[in-house]
Design a protein around this ligand. Structure first.
Ligand SMILES: [Zn+2]
Length: 408
């Protein structure tokens, strides 16, 4: 064997197991493995989880707050980024994105779906920078790239540009219907997105109903069903769903379930951009609890990292799960497993990852977490002690607490 992790605690199991890795795959999971390996980890009864998956971030905007400062509202954040984009160079985007990708690895995040603005201001400059990083980080981190028409599709006449971006290497198509000038144009954008996605055979991942006062979700879902995109479409945010009446919201949730649409909430950023709302100030999240209870695949992303939308953002999935547990009132023991599955198994479904998980035959991409159970992992936002990618240890965290006086 190449690697054996001993005394690992897996989700749902009360006793520990050993995990053996061979040729980058999980070869054996058993209560005790007698064989030896070139490399061994003693997990000491700590949790082992599959690699974390970040399903929604904007790497092209990373660290922009250091230039633009923060914003007081969503509209101001969008305007600040729009102005900043006029000065983007490929080199600048690559440098900013690269420095935060290191934060992903430090937190055991080895799958990332990033949106990248494709519009008349930056054209495909930022996309080209991220494609270079995708190649550079091969073996450490897998990058999924969404061509994102932040400034609109109808308004910008961006159809050909988006097709060009997909031909250049973006592998998912994004959207933002509320970027258009009118509701009718927003609906036209949705139609165009499906037309382009189908012609290029790519999945869709669309920012929807970011403002509480919009409603594009029904149009999106009906196209998913009509165009046969079940399981291949994601709706980001859906904040407005929290503002609908309960009866209407439950109808929408049933539609999402029927259409197998993934939902990605972004609590850490959306609570920030809602700060300028008049009271009562919203929580910036969709109906996560109801979506989970209805069997919709729902997870969370970071969205923004040190830019006008979010002053922080650190790719720490368990800390963000902790935040969502409070904002989404997912605070009972029965909710803990879902909170930990959101940045792992549920987000992996959004990216449609093959060979993901800890079963025999899966790719050996996993983290040994510094916590013995889910409550501890969430309580302290536990970090990985070991990050394993393609069967190899890529990072070990050695933190020791040193008391300078004894406890009473
Ligand atoms: Zn976003």
């Amino acid at each position: 064997m190449d690697l054996i992790v001993r005394n690992a605690r897996l989700l749902g199991l009360s006793s520990t197991v050993d995990i053996a890795v061979k040729d980058g795959k999980i070869a054996k999971v058993s209560t005790s493995i007698d064989e030896k390996a070139e490399s061994e980890i003693d997990a000491r009864g700590n949790l082992v989880l599959p690699s974390f998956v970040e399903p929604h971030v904007h790497l092209d905007k990373a660290l922009l707050a250091l230039v633009t400062g923060e914003a007081k509202s969503l509209a101001e954040a969008r305007e600040k980024v729009k102005q900043a984009k006029t000065k983007f160079t490929k080199d600048d985007v690559r440098k900013r994105a690269e420095s935060v990708l290191q934060w992903c690895l430090e937190n055991g995040v080895t799958f990332v779906r990033t949106h990248v603005d494709v519009d008349s201001i930056v054209r495909t400059k930022s996309l080209e920078a991220l494609l270079e990083l995708k190649t550079k980080f091969k073996g450490l981190l897998e990058l999924d790239i969404v061509a994102f028409p932040q400034e609109g599709v109808v308004k910008e006449d961006a159809k050909e540009l988006l097709i060009h971006a997909l031909e250049q290497g973006a592998n998912v198509l994004g959207g933002l219907p509320e970027a258009e000038l009118t509701r009718e144009d927003g609906i036209t954008q949705i139609e165009l997105l499906f037309e382009i996605a189908k012609s290029k055979n790519v999945d869709l991942d669309v920012h929807l109903d970011v403002s509480p006062y919009t409603n594009f979700v029904e149009q999106y879902v009906s196209h998913v069903i009509k165009q046969g995109y079940q399981g291949r479409a994601t709706a980001d945010h859906l904040i407005a769903l929290s503002y609908y009446s309960n009866s209407y919201a439950s109808r929408v949730i049933q539609l999402l379930k029927q259409a197998q649409v993934n939902v990605v909430s972004n609590p850490c950023t959306s609570i920030t951009v809602g700060a300028s709302d008049p009271p009562p100030i919203g929580r910036g999240i969709t109906r996560v609890k109801e979506l989970l209870d209805s069997g919709v695949n729902v997870c969370f992303g970071l969205d923004n990292v040190v830019d006008p939308y979010n002053p922080f953002g650190d790719f720490d999935p368990l800390r963000n799960a902790w935040l969502l547990s409070y904002l989404g009132q997912l605070n009972r023991e029965k909710d803990f497993e879902a909170l930990v599955k959101m940045p792992t198994y549920f987000a992996a479904r959004v990216l449609r990852l093959n060979g993901y998980g800890l079963d025999v035959g899966c790719n050996a991409d996993f983290n040994v977490i510094d916590a013995k159970d889910l409550r501890e992992a969430l309580r302290k936002g536990a970090k990985p002690k070991f990050v394993v990618k393609q069967g190899k240890i890529i990072l070990e965290r050695n933190t020791e607490l040193i008391w300078h006086r004894s406890l009473p």
